[in-house]
Design a protein around this ligand. Structure first.
Ligand SMILES: Nc1nc2c(ncn2[C@@H]2O[C@H](COP(=O)(O)OP(=O)(O)OP(=O)(O)O)[C@@H](O)[C@H]2O)c(=O)[nH]1
Ligand SMILES: [Mg+2]
Length: 486
C-alpha cells in the first residue's frame, strides 16, 4: 500500500496524467493549455493518458489544487492506471509531498521534467555538470522531502538516490554530501568554463560571430544545418540540442562568419536553472550578432519571442544587433483556416518587428535575404580599399585574409612603387567594410587604410600598443579624418 518511493525524478515509459493550474496572468496557451507540457512529457518518454485543468486566481497552498480537484485527480490516476502525475506549474517540496500522499503516485513539476530531459540529452561534460548541479539544487530537496516523509531515512544516514542523471551517478540526498558534491562540481564546471570562455573570446577576436537563439523546437538546428551543412542534431523534440556547435557560414565572397547553434529556451524556467545553462549560451551571449529564430507557424510564437527576450536579458545578451527570423513559413499555407487565423500573420510580424525575415529552414526560402542582412551587419559598406600593414603584424594579416576578399598583395621587397620605401610592410587590396575595419582596431596592430590611420582621433594606435615607424609619421597622427566612406 506504500507508494513508490520518490527515489528519482526520472520519467520512465510510463502512463502519465498532466495537470495544469491556470493562475491569473500565467502565459499558458488558451487553446491548448497543456500542449507544451504534453510535448515535454512525451519527449521525456512518458505516455500521456489523462489531463486535468483548473482555473484559479491563486493556487491553494498545501496541495496547489483545490480539495475537490485533488480528489478528482486521485480518482483519475487510479482509473487510468497512471503511475506518474506531471504538473505544469512549479511545486514546492511540501506540495509535492502532499500531492503524492493524495494520489499515491510520483508527482513531478515542470522544471523537474525539463531537467530529466536535459539529463538524458547531456552528452558533453559541461552539459552533464550543469545538469547535475541543477538537479542537486532543484530536484534533490524535493526528493529529500519525500524520503523523510516516508520515514525511510534511517538515523540520518545518507541515502543514495539513483537518477537517470549524467553518467548514471547517484545523487546523494544527505545535505552535507549534496553541498560537498556541489562544491566539487562547481569547481570542475568552472575549469571547463574558463577554457570555454577563452575559446569563445578567441573565436570572437578572429571572426565575426553570429549566435542562433530561440525557443525550443523553433528550428534553430535545422537552420544551422541549412546554412552551414553543419550536422547538428535536429528533431521534432523539445531540447534536441543541449551542447553548442560552431561552424563556418559563408555569407558571400570570402566573407564568412562563425555561426553557433545552442540550447533552446522555454517559458517559466526557474532563474537558477537558466543560470546553470548560462555557459551553454556563452557563444550566443558574446556573439557579435544574434539570429532570433521563431516558429511562425506556432500560435504561441508571440509568447515564445517574449521568453527569448527575457532570457537574453537575464544572461546579459542585450546589446548586440539582432535579426528576427520567422521560420517554418512553409507550413503556414497548409494549415486549416482556423489555425491560420489564430496566427499572427507575417505582415503583422513585420509591422511590429521591422526587419524580421521570413524563411523556411527546411527548404531554404529566405536564406539569401538572411545572408545579405548578415553581410551588411558584418561588413557595413563594403568597398575596395588598400591596407598597408607591417609584416610583423602577422595576426592582423591573418584576420584580414580570413574575413575579407583579398584582391592583391604586394610586399615591400617586391619591386613596386607603393611600398618601396617600406621594406617590412605588405599592401593588401581588399574588399572590406567599415565595420570590418572597426573590428580590426582592438587587435592593437597598426595599419593604414588608403593611406590613413583608421583609428579614431583620440585613441592613438590601439591604445598605446606597438607603433610602426614604417607606417606612421608622428605628424600624421591626429590628422586622419577617420575615413568612413558611406
Ligand atoms: N516544415 C518545417 N519544419 C521545420 C522547419 N524548421 C525546422 N523544422 C522542424 O522542426 C523540428 C525542430 O527543429 P530543430 O531544428 O531541431 O529545432 P531547434 O530549435 O534546434 O530545437 P531544440 O534544439 O530542441 O531547441 C524538426 O522536426 C524540424 O524538421 C521549417 O522551416 N519548416
Ligand atoms: Mg536544436
Amino acid at each position: 500500500m506504500k507508494i513508490d518511493p520518490r527515489d528519482s525524478a526520472a520519467v520512465q515509459a510510463e502512463p502519465a496524467v498532466l495537470v495544469g493550474v491556470r493562475v491569473r496572468g500565467s502565459r499558458m496557451d488558451f487553446q491548448d493549455p497543456l500542449g507544451e507540457l504534453r510535448a515535454l512529457a512525451e519527449t521525456a518518454g512518458g505516455r500521456v493518458v489523462g489531463e486535468l485543468l483548473q482555473n484559479r486566481d491563486v493556487p491553494r497552498g498545501r496541495t496547489f489544487l483545490g480539495k475537490g480537484k485533488v480528489e478528482e485527480l486521485a480518482a483519475m490516476v487510479k482509473e487510468l492506471g497512471a503511475t506518474l502525475v506531471v504538473f505544469d506549474n512549479e511545486l514546492s517540496p511540501s506540495q509535492i509531498q502532499a500531492l503524492e500522499l493524495a494520489t499515491e503516485v510520483k508527482v513531478l513539476d515542470r522544471s523537474e521534467l525539463i531537467l530529466d530531459i536535459f539529463a538524458n540529452r547531456a552528452t558533453t561534460r559541461e552539459a552533464q555538470l550543469q545538469v547535475e548541479i541543477a538537479q542537486l539544487q532543484y530536484t534533490a530537496p524535493r526528493l529529500r522531502a519525500m524520503w523523510s516523509h516516508l520515514g525511510q531515512v534511517t538515523g540520518g544516514a545518507p541515502v543514495g538516490v539513483g537518477t537517470r542523471g549524467p553518467g548514471e551517478q547517484q545523487i546523494e540526498i544527505d545535505r552535507r554530501l549534496v553541498s560537498r558534491r556541489l562544491v566539487a562540481l562547481r569547481r570542475e564546471l568552472e575549469e571547463v568554463q574558463v577554457r570555454k570562455s577563452r575559446e569563445v573570446a578567441e573565436r570572437r577576436a578572429e571572426h565575426f560571430t553570429v549566435g542562433i537563439v530561440g525557443y525550443t523546437n523553433a528550428g534553430k538546428s535545422t537552420l544551422f544545418n541549412g546554412l552551414t551543412r553543419g550536422g547538428a542534431f535536429a528533431a521534432n523534440k523539445l531540447f534536441a540540442t543541449l551542447a553548442t556547435r560552431v561552424e563556418r557560414w559563408s555569407i558571400g565572397g570570402a566573407n564568412a562568419v562563425l555561426l553557433s547553434d545552442t540550447v533552446g529556451f522555454i517559458r517559466d524556467l526557474p532563474h537558477h536553472l537558466v543560470a546553470s545553462f548560462r555557459a551553454t549560451l556563452e557563444d550566443a551571449i558574446h556573439a557579435h550578432a544574434l539570429l532570433i529564430v521563431l516558429d511562425a507557424s506556432d500560435r504561441e510564437s508571440p509568447m515564445q519571442l517574449e521568453t527569448v527576450r527575457e532570457v537574453l536579458e537575464d544572461v546579459g545578451a542585450n546589446t548586440q544587433p539582432r535579426i528576427l527570423v520567422l521560420n517554418k513559413t512553409d507550413i503556414i499555407p497548409q494549415l486549416p483556416f482556423d489555425e491560420r487565423a489564430a496566427l499572427r500573420s507575417l505582415d503583422e510580424w513585420q509591422e511590429r518587428e521591422p526587419g524580421a525575415i521570413a524563411i523556411s529552414a527546411l527548404d531554404g526560402t529566405g536564406f539569401e535575404e538572411l545572408r545579405a542582412r548578415v553581410l551588411e551587419l558584418v561588413a557595413g559598406g563594403i568597398r575596395r580599399r588598400t591596407l598597408r600593414i607591417p609584416l610583423s603584424s602577422g595576426r592582423l594579416i591573418d584576420v584580414i585574409e580570413k574575413r575579407c576578399t583579398v584582391i592583391s598583395r604586394r610586399y615591400g621587397d617586391e619591386d613596386n612603387d607603393a611600398v618601396s620605401t617600406d621594406a617590412s610592410a605588405v599592401e593588401l587590396v581588399v574588399e572590406i567594410g567599415d565595420k570590418q575595419i572597426e573590428q580590426l582596431l582592438p587587435l592593437g596592430e597598426p595599419f593604414l587604410v588608403d593611406g590613413e590611420d583608421p583609428m579614431p582621433k583620440r585613441g592613438a594606435w590601439g591604445g598605446g600598443k606597438r607603433r610602426s615607424p614604417h607606417l606612421m609619421q608622428p605628424a600624421e597622427l591626429g590628422e586622419s579624418d577617420g575615413e568612413t566612406g558611406d
